[in-house]
Design a binder for this molecule. Structure first.
Ligand SMILES: [Cu+2]
Length: 181
């Protein structure tokens, strides 16, 4: 009888312990669930992710890390117009820069020149437009804290027809010899 009573007590103790650990696991589980939901509501946070806005798809967005003291940084992404109407990227903005400009770099003779595209970038129906180093790009100007690898940069893009979208672009490491000027 004494043995059975001990067993019963042991079982009761186990049961209580099991309940407690179940409760803890439950809490941890809901915490993870919350984080997961936050992550999935921000689909453009990683390079290579594709987001859709109206008739355009935006993918492969990133921002180049900046050198200390450098006030400007380049932003790059790919825009595909899957629709049957032409669209246009008309503006870009970020809380980390007072003015995000749309620029184009091109070779003029032996010299790489950069100019601001006041009218934005045309994205014709069925076409893909790539913003990349030494070509079309976004330029974050007057940035007070240089972007560094591992940071993420909020960016809002506005299209003439498809509307506006908020993205978060990852910052990729600075590669010498391929810098913005
Ligand atoms: Cu530029």
């Amino acid at each position: 009888m004494k043995f059975l009573a001990t067993l019963a007590l042991f079982a009761a103790t186990l049961g209580a312990a099991a309940d407690q650990s179940y409760a803890q696991a439950g809490n941890a589980g809901s915490g993870n669930g919350g984080m997961h939901m936050h992550g999935s509501s921000d689909p453009a946070a990683t390079s290579g992710a594709t987001v859709q806005l109206g008739m355009v798809e935006i993918s492969d967005g990133y921002v180049r890390a900046m050198l200390p003291g450098q006030p400007v940084g380049g932003g790059y992404l790919v825009i595909r117009n899957a629709g049957s109407e032409d669209d246009r990227l008309v503006s870009a903005s970020s809380p980390l820069s007072p003015a995000v400009e749309i620029h184009e770099m091109s070779m003029q003779g032996q010299i790489m020149k950069m100019r601001r595209l006041e009218g934005g970038i045309a994205v014709p129906a069925g076409q893909t437009v790539e913003l990349k180093p030494s070509g079309l790009h976004l330029m974050f100007t007057k940035v007070t804290t240089p972007f560094k690898q591992g940071d993420s940069v909020p960016l809002k893009l506005t299209f003439e027809k498809s509307g506006s979208i908020d993205l978060t672009l990852p910052v990729q490491g600075f590669r010498p010899g391929n810098q913005h000027n």
